[in-house]
Design a protein around this ligand. Structure first.
Ligand SMILES: [Zn+2]
Length: 379
């Protein structure tokens, strides 16, 4: 039977999961459930009632960041950040917004990615304040919009001048410390031709055939990347072509075709260099052009000797967990903060394998352990 826990952090996670905050991801989806506004209001009210200074900052209409400060009079400031948005809840096999608890796991969209981390951070900070304990760092707590699509909440926070000595971005890492991850860039390559009746193809120029040559070169380039130099935690950069569209009808020689590229970049790889290298691969071909990238998110590589890695490792050890320090192939808000000069690692309860799935859920024992670790880190 589903149960409701009386544990405050579990209650908080349940409340967060019951407020839909799906990212529209560029599609025509409307309604409050496709914004971060209701959940941002909830989080802001929750931390304000517990004594934090908080403000809501607009990223876009109805897309909000929550920024809360706790001044402990400390020398150093830590950023604790988790995103408010989730992926959509179409065709889920569990009720997406009921926060049902089955076998010690709370089910629902966002339970794992990343409302579990959000609840753990909020509860760790607020419980210390309620107990009158001073954290050893000043805390900037942020709950941000739009991590799942364009990282625009984190970008806005950087543009607003967010400051911290180091930080933790909450994502489901199984409480491993992810100190390095890849970046990502996405853009389109187009080919242009000349339309003609398909019974007279020699009168036209077929843009789909031209794209075939482009694809062949890109496939070879993607294999070269896999054989090239890599990073000790992250391996090599990768390239994947994920979308193709071209032509209007089967009886017309197509005059246009486009593809969309997903290039995973190593930390330190510059987007301009990647664009130039990709263009050089296509250099011998005719009739193609590139759009400017519509997404660039930097990778990150925080040294294993940096204070945030050492001090979070210490908190794990004193909670009885051997720290595991690793890299990840996915991109997060941490890349944005690292690029802005704030060394941020990624850490939180839950498994990335449960994120974005039809039966998304979070182990509540892990959630409570995460609270303990973050409290030890802060206290
Ligand atoms: Zn996430």
């Amino acid at each position: 039977m589903p149960t409701i826990s009386s544990e405050p952090v579990v209650q908080l996670l349940a409340d967060l999961v019951r407020i839909p905050s799906m990212n529209p991801m560029g599609r025509a989806r409307a309604g409050a459930e496709y914004t971060e506004e209701p959940i941002a209001q909830f989080v802001a009210d929750y931390v304000r009632r517990r004594g934090l200074d908080v403000e809501l900052r607009a990223v876009a209409p109805r897309r909000l960041n929550v920024v809360a400060q706790l001044d402990a009079g400390a020398r150093r400031t830590v950023l604790l950040e988790a995103h408010l948005d989730t992926v959509h809840a179409d065709s889920m096999s569990v009720p997406p917004f009921s926060a049902t608890i089955v076998d010690g796991r709370l089910q629902g969209r966002g339970a794992c990615d990343t409302k579990g981390s959000l609840a753990a951070f909020i509860h760790a900070v607020c419980s210390l304040v309620e107990e009158g304990k001073k954290p050893r760092y000043n805390v900037v707590f942020m709950a941000v919009a739009d991590e799942e699509y364009q990282f625009s909440g984190a970008r806005q926070a950087v543009a607003d001048g967010i400051r911290a000595d180091f930080g933790i971005c909450g994502e489901p890492t199984q409480m491993h410390i992810v100190r390095a991850h890849k970046g990502v860039m996405r853009w389109r390559v187009r080919t242009a031709g000349k339309a003609a009746h398909s019974a007279y193809p020699e009168r036209g120029v077929n843009a789909i055939y031209s794209m075939g040559h482009v694809l062949d070169s890109l496939e070879h380039h993607s294999m070269d990347l896999l054989r090239g130099p890599g990073h000790p935690l992250l391996g090599t950069p990768t390239l994947s072509v994920g979308v193709i569209e071209g032509g209007q009808a089967v009886n017309i020689v197509p005059d246009s075709c486009w593809i969309e590229l997903d290039r995973r970049m190593l930390p330190g790889e510059a987007s301009g260099v990647v664009i130039n290298d990709t263009a050089a691969v296509l250099g011998g071909l005719d009739g193609w052009s590139m759009d400017p990238p519509h997404l660039i998110a930097a990778g990150m590589d925080v040294p294993s000797t940096s204070p945030v890695v050492r001090e979070l490792s210490g908190a794990l050890s004193s909670s009885g967990i051997s720290p595991i320090i690793e890299g990840a192939h996915y991109a997060t808000d941490a890349g944005i903060y690292n690029e802005a000069g704030i060394p941020c690692v990624v850490f939180g309860p839950g498994n990335i394998a449960d994120a974005h799935t039809a039966a998304e859920s979070l182990d509540l024992a892990e959630l409570e352990k995460a609270v303990e670790i973050v409290r030890r880190f802060l206290a």
